[in-house]
Structures are given as structure tokens and as C-alpha cells.
Ligand binder design. Structure first.
Ligand code: FES
Ligand code: FES
Length: 186
């Protein structure tokens, strides 16, 4: 059942200001609202999908200050003053797809497509982190993103293709971009 602000008249209403895909946004919402629900239900950013809503599937993956997080496990109020990138924010302003998006198309790395936005966003960070050096490494560092259609071979191939195009940072887990292991992601 959906609750509305007047259902909880004593509840504080956080006013969250943050940057979403390069645009300043300010939203007043109930304290309990997750980033995922804020994006989908208040800001129309429905590219980010809701799968399990408990941090287990990765369908809701977004970048928070450049690091991948599960938006269903982040309170909206926690992104105040921070920068969020969703799948809608990856392509260039003229519509040119991000190298990862293009690779997913060219490798046919999806079936139903429900997991795809989360996979693509996660792959962008995986490559940037320097965790796309081999099939095994990609599988490990993309393991927080489940695919019920089992398109994993094509997903790995897409990440490899994009990594080759973008250039993979050296240094693995100690590379330039700090990251947490998939199992420990927020
Ligand atoms: S919806 Fe499954 S991890 Fe967020
Ligand atoms: S393409 Fe269907 S869940 Fe991944």
C-alpha cells in the first residue's frame, strides 16, 4: 500500500538536493524513501529497475559520486549534496551511446532486458575500477548483477569489448578508482 505524507503528519520531510545526471534536483520526501523510489516515482528516471528491493539483484545499480551502489539500499536523504548517475545519464547529449551501451547492443548482451540498465551502469564502474582485465575478473566484479535470462557470456563479452575501447586502468582493486567488493556494496 502506498503511503502519503499526510498519513504521517509528525514525520520530518527531508529536502534533498543533489545532482542527477548533471542536473541539479531538489525534492521533499518522506524520510523512509529510498533513492530507487525517489528516482522512479518522483523524478521519472525509470531506467533504473526494481528487482528484489533488498540489495540482492543489482537491477537498481546507479553511480553515487562515481561508485556503484544499489539504489534500493540507499536512503534518498543520504544523497544530499552528492552526484547520482543513472543509465539515462550515460549517453552523450547528442544521443551518442556510451561505449558500454554500444557494446551491449553489438554483443546482444540481453534477452528480456530487465537487468540491463543495472548491468550497463555496473559495467561502466567495473571498467573504470580496473576490474575488467579478464573474463574471470569481470565475472567476479559483475557478480552483484544477476541476470535471470543467463546472458552472462554475452555480458562478459560486452564488458571486454568496452574495456578494450575505453582502456582498462591498471592496478585492479588498488587502481585509481576506489571500490568495494560486490558482496559488500551498499
Ligand atoms: S532492486 Fe535488487 S538490488 Fe536493488
Ligand atoms: S536479460 Fe533478462 S534478466 Fe538479464
Amino acid at each position: 500500500m502506498t503511503t502519503r505524507p499526510h498519513d504521517h503528519p509528525g514525520e520530518a520531510m527531508p529536502a534533498t538536493r543533489f545532482v542527477l545526471n548533471g542536473t541539479d534536483r531538489a525534492v521533499t520526501h518522506e524520510a523512509r524513501v529510498t533513492l530507487l523510489d525517489l528516482l522512479r516515482e518522483r523524478l521519472g528516471a525509470t531506467g533504473t529497475k526494481k528487482g528484489c528491493a533488498e540489495g540482492a539483484c543489482g537491477a537498481c545499480t546507479v553511480l553515487l559520486d562515481g561508485e556503484r551502489v544499489n539504489a534500493c539500499m540507499v536512503l534518498a536523504a543520504a544523497v544530499h549534496g552528492r552526484e547520482v548517475t543513472t543509465v539515462e545519464g550515460l549517453a552523450a547529449a547528442d544521443g551518442t551511446l556510451h561505449a558500454v551501451q554500444r557494446a551491449f547492443v553489438e554483443q546482444d548482451a540481453l534477452q528480456c532486458g530487465y537487468c540491463t540498465p543495472g548491468q550497463v551502469v555496473s559495467a561502466v564502474a567495473c571498467i573504470r575500477e580496473g576490474h575488467a582485465g579478464s573474463e574471470v575478473e569481470i565475472a567476479e566484479w559483475m557478480s552483484g548483477n544477476l541476470c535471470r535470462c543467463a546472458a552472462y557470456p554475452q555480458i562478459v563479452a560486452a564488458v571486454q569489448q568496452a574495456a578494450a575501447e575505453l582502456g582498462t586502468p591498471q592496478g585492479g582493486a588498488s587502481g585509481a578508482v576506489q571500490s568495494t567488493a560486490p558482496a559488500a556494496r551498499a
